[in-house]
Design a protein around this ligand. Structure first.
Ligand code: ZN
Ligand code: ZN
Length: 487
């Protein structure tokens, strides 16, 4: 370890890794750059956006049998939100990056210089590239800007530093080509779950609440910056909102919500499930936080609902003329096998190819979702499931969907079977909620439900902390009060 006094404020600044060339002074945010044994200050580093990350400087853990400690991070912003790159040092001196975006994690380690990398401008989603005999396919291409940082870093970054990366996948492997510096470097690793890293010194819930004012995953209420309607989203896990009333697209990834696009809809839509509805699935209570309506090239339309659970994360439920299916994104990519694909020894044959365009969007999403977004979809079937490959301008996403029978969906969301429906007052209530959703009118009830449903489990998790419950109750009443007065 190398210690020095900050030239600006005199505080002690440590370089724990011999590979670190830069450290941010904890007290004055001075950027200290080390060369040979001298240290000079090179401007100030912007503070990181206060987020809900469970990782912090000093967090340690195990990956692939090797112990690591987190020494620094940079925050990067691009058009679909921001993410953290945590700089980790392994006990054997190797460096790695734990990248964290909306609760998804990827661990990669420096694998040296890239041999004959494609030019950044030539990168196309799904294009193949070989690294040490392994065929990878491009998953996404991103240009991002460093907006803040802390701790030690292995290269010099400052305000306005641009990151240009291409992410590639092969089965469960993840490879990043980093074009930010020349020559291009390779980082190799895989998607990980935080639980599997056996971390110590994770940020405690109390510290997150102290810094942000709320628990990760609890519902944030805000007035739409465009029209004033009530919007809500799970804190720290959604990056984008589409106002159900005026269709404005609102970026909620930073501390202050900003309108990134004005609304262009709303034609009335009628879906079987409404935003804010909750369902009990496999013993967990899930909430519908986002809803898309998509259309293929022949005009057929279907709904995609984004479901959220505070600890289990997200999944999609799709409602089409063919019925219901449950969709999960894949971290383990299939191998291309001629026209077919293969996933874990199961062969999937081509089924359909079509385009999918978002014609309606409302609610909260964990990535950029806008009306007009269009992807090319290829479906493959095998073993009773369907694998789908969605390709857009910059990105490829693989998912697996499984049919769900209508009866199961009705049970999850406590609906009556359609035949018995018309006579029951309970169902009339549902129809009222559908109608109000379709008219983009009173969304108050679903939002209050969302507020309560997401915060009550957190109240339990927080050890029945009375203040959490009290704040939730006050928030619900505050939302309800104006509508009571109007009646
Ligand atoms: Zn300082
Ligand atoms: Zn609005």
């Amino acid at each position: 370890m190398y210690r020095t006094a900050c030239p600006s404020c005199g505080a002690e600044v440590a370089f724990r890794s011999a590979a670190s060339v830069m450290a941010v002074c904890e007290y004055c945010r001075g950027t200290l750059v080390r060369d040979a044994e001298s240290v000079r200050e090179q401007g100030k580093m912007s503070a990181v956006i206060e987020d809900y990350s469970r990782i912090q400087l000093g967090t340690s853990g195990l990956w692939q049998g090797k112990a690591f400690t987190v020494l620094g991070r940079i925050q990067l912003r691009y058009d679909a939100g921001f993410w953290n790159e945590w700089y980790a040092l392994f006990d054997d001196g190797a460096a790695g990056w734990l990248s964290e975006s909306n609760g998804l994690y990827v661990f990669t380690v420096d694998a040296g210089l890239a041999e004959q990398p494609p030019l950044f401008d030539k990168l196309q989603p799904d294009m193949p590239w070989r690294h040490q005999g392994q065929a990878f396919r491009l998953a996404d291409k991103r240009e991002a800007q460093c907006t803040g940082g802390e701790g030690e870093l292995p290269f010099v970054v400052g305000a306005g530093w641009q990151a240009r990366v291409g992410d590639w996948r092969a089965a469960e492997q993840f490879l990043t080509l980093d074009y930010s510096e020349t020559p291009v470097r390779v980082y190799l690793g895989q998607a990980v779950r935080l639980e599997d890293l056996r971390c110590q010194l994770l940020r405690e819930d109390d510290a997150i609440v102290a810094a942000t004012g709320r628990m990760r995953g609890s519902v944030v209420q805000l007035a739409c910056p465009a029209c004033g309607s009530a919007l809500s989203y799970p804190s720290g896990l959604a990056t984008q909102l589409v106002c159900p009333a005026c269709a404005a697209v609102v970026d909620c990834s930073a501390d202050t919500a900003q309108v990134v696009a004005q609304g262009q809809q709303l034609a009335a839509v009628k879906s079987a499930l409404a935003l804010g509805e909750t369902g009990t699935i496999d013993g967990r209570r899930w909430t519908i936080i986002g809803r898309l309506q998509c259309q293929d090239g022949e005009g057929e339309r279907w709904f995609e609902y984004l479901l959220f659970h505070p600890t289990a994360g997200f999944f999609w439920l799709v409602e089409s003329e063919q019925g219901w299916s449950r969709v999960q994104l894949l971290d383990h990519w299939p191998d291309v096998d001629g026209h077919a694909v293969k996933l874990k020894n199961q062969r999937y044959v081509p089924l359909y190819s079509y385009s999918s365009t978002v014609v309606h969007a409302a609610g909260a999403f964990n990535w950029r979702a806008r009306v007009g977004d269009r992807v090319a979809v290829s479906d493959y079937s095998g073993n009773g499931t369907v694998l789908s490959c969605e390709t857009s301008g910059n990105e490829v996403v693989w998912s697996r969907s499984q049919r769900v029978d209508q009866g199961a969906v009705l049970r999850w969301f406590k609906r009556m079977a359609p035949a018995a429906a018309s006579a029951r007052p309970q169902v009339l209530k549902n129809e009222t909620s559908l109608r109000s959703t379709s008219e983009g009118g009173s969304l108050l009830t679903p939002f209050i439900t969302l507020l309560l449903v997401l915060n009550v489990p957190i109240w339990f998790i927080s050890g029945l902390d009375g203040s959490v419950f009290f704040v939730t109750l006050i928030a619900a009443l505050a939302l309800w009060w104006p509508s009571l007065r109007e009646q």
